[in-house]
Design a protein around this ligand. Structure first.
Ligand SMILES: Cc1cc2nc3c(=O)[nH]c(=O)nc-3n(C[C@H](O)[C@H](O)[C@H](O)COP(=O)(O)OP(=O)(O)OC[C@H]3O[C@@H](n4cnc5c(N)ncnc54)[C@H](O)[C@@H]3O)c2cc1C
Length: 464
């Protein structure tokens, strides 16, 4: 058997075009390219790709179907286990999941599973292919709080199982981070809107502008529904706690990205949310969120510096995002930690940094950054974006004091994702404090199974 060890390359928007606009960077496979790339899969017996996929997509079958040109069947295989394949194909860290264990990867490039996933889902969208199934209606009602990936997969599985599902979303658009966080150059909004429209197609009721704990109480939901799923995410930013963080021109990455993505600040004044990005922007952190903020700032016309306490090799961002950021001209200032943000007349004018070196590995397995004595230096900056991670928003939790949380402020759940309140389940970033789209999807599916078992056991309707 002839094995092609090299991936079929994917076309991308040329750098000079991408840095001026928010258009998607990877341009997708053509049908011929997809068939050739999927045909590289050797259909190995043990299929470790399926084992390591958090939602257990039948990757082996879907690749075979693409290789045979059966794109509709490939899409339906994906959709059985993943309600949002066009999104997941674009943003999942496949390189550390399915692709990292691909048997082909031992002798050459792993199969390009992510890009083939988005290819099949895009093909279905263009050809109006929808998954069809019969729903056997059940009398019980389930409320889902939030509309991010965890809530999406939970709502879809419950609805397919016949439950009446109502989703409550605080914002004016559904999708969670997919809508307000990840920029369009990685995840175009027509893709998000299309995959979300599937929820309403199958009868999920999505209610926007409903903040549970503020304009709708948790008690109201408990009295109206037979079970509840909490997928409220982790939207509250972490800050450094250093001097100068309150200066004008300092943003949390969340605020920065919400302004840019959800409120379309990059189209100001056509849209009425402005964003002040002056000449030199410093982004603190090197995860996906930091790369999204840095690449957005670049597209708004800034000179961008990523300030990171380790080196690029240890950066937690996806490899593709790092490569794109470097190609686009973002400067990485490695081995530095911020000491204080400097200001003038209430506005950022620079940052004081301390140099670091790499030490012994810490609990993450990466070398610990160690400060070097008397190594402070300053850098001129006009804007600082802090991208250090997030934690669950206190608003919902403070209004539900009976819900048990850990010291870190995430919701406590058991193995079935049940909280301490009967009939109330939780998943996604609300229980992890920040993870990935595919893990959130996996937890949403797991919670849907537990809710089904709980309601089947209960066998009757009634409030939670
Ligand atoms: C900028 C950014 C980039 C990322 N990039 C990637 C990536 O490339 N790949 C990847 O796998 N992961 C990425 N992640 C992480 C990933 O997006 C999250 O792990 C995932 O979205 C978590 O899903 P979730 O459903 O738990 O929560 P979320 O997506 O956060 O959704 C929670 C939803 O609940 C709503 N909500 C909160 N409180 C209430 C309330 N009281 N009432 C009603 N609604 C409420 C929120 O408005 C939100 O819409 C990124 C995260 C960010 C912020």
């Amino acid at each position: 058997m002839d094995i092609n060890k090299t991936r079929v390359p994917m076309r991308e928007l040329p750098v000079e075009d991408r840095i001026k606009k928010f258009d998607e960077v990877p341009l997708g496979y053509t049908e011929e390219q997809a068939i050739a790339e999927a045909g590289r899969c050797i259909q190995c017996n043990n299929a470790p790709c399926i084992r390591d996929c958090p939602v257990k997509i039948d990757i082996k079958t879907f690749l075979k179907q693409v290789a045979e040109g059966k794109f509709k069947e490939a899409f339906l295989t994906l959709k059985k286990d993943n309600p949002i394949p066009a999104i997941a194909g674009r943003v999942c860290p496949q390189e550390s999941q399915c692709e990292s264990v691909c048997t082909l990867g031992k002798i050459g490039d792993a199969a390009n599973i992510g890009k083939l996933e988005s290819f099949a889902a895009d093909w279905a969208r263009k050809n109006n292919v929808r998954e069809e199934f019969d729903i056997e209606e059940k009398p019980q009602k389930v409320a889902v709080i939030g509309t991010g990936p965890a809530s999406i997969s939970c709502a879809v599985d419950l609805r397919k199982n016949g439950y009446k599902v109502t989703m409550y979303e605080a914002l004016h658009k559904a999708g969670g981070v997919l809508q307000y966080g990840i920029p369009e150059f990685r995840l175009p909004r027509d893709v998000v809107d299309d995959e979300l429209s599937y929820l309403t197609d199958i009868g999920v009721d999505i209610r926007l502008n409903r903040i549970i704990g503020q304009n709708v109480s948790f008690e109201e939901l408990r009295s109206e529904y037979d079970a509840i799923f909490i997928g409220t995410g982790a939207g509250a930013p972490l800050f450094l706690g250093i001097d100068g963080e309150k200066l004008n021109g300092v943003y949390s990455a969340n605020e920065f990205l919400i302004r840019v993505n959800l409120m379309k600040a990059y189209k100001f004044p056509q849209y009425d949310t402005p964003i002040k990005v002056k000449d030199k922007v410093g982004v603190i952190g090197a995860g996906n969120v930091a790369m999204d903020a840095a690449r957005s700032a670049l597209r708004l016309g800034a000179e961008v510096h990523v300030l990171y306490r380790r080196t690029k090799n240890e950066a937690p961002a996806r490899k593709e995002e790092l490569r794109h950021a470097i190609e686009e001209g973002i400067n990485f200032v490695e081995l530095v930690a911020p000491k204080r943000i400097l200001g003038k007349d209430g506005w950022v004018k620079g940052i004081e940094l301390i140099k670091m070196k790499l030490g012994e590995p810490d609990s993450s397995g990466r070398p610990r950054p160690v400060p070097i004595d008397v190594s402070e230096f300053t850098m001129d900056l006009d804007t600082v974006v802090v991208a250090l991670g997030t934690k669950p928003n206190r608003l919902f939790l403070s209004r539900t004091p009976e819900l048990k949380t850990t010291k870190k402020g995430v919701i406590t759940v058991d193995d079935a994702l049940a909280t301490n309140i009967e009939g109330v389940f939780a998943g996604g970033d609300a229980i992890s404090g920040g993870s990935t789209v595919i893990h959130a999807l996996g937890e949403g599916r797991k919670a849907a199974k537990s809710i089904d078992a709980y309601l089947s056991d209960k066998g009757k309707t009634g409030s939670v």
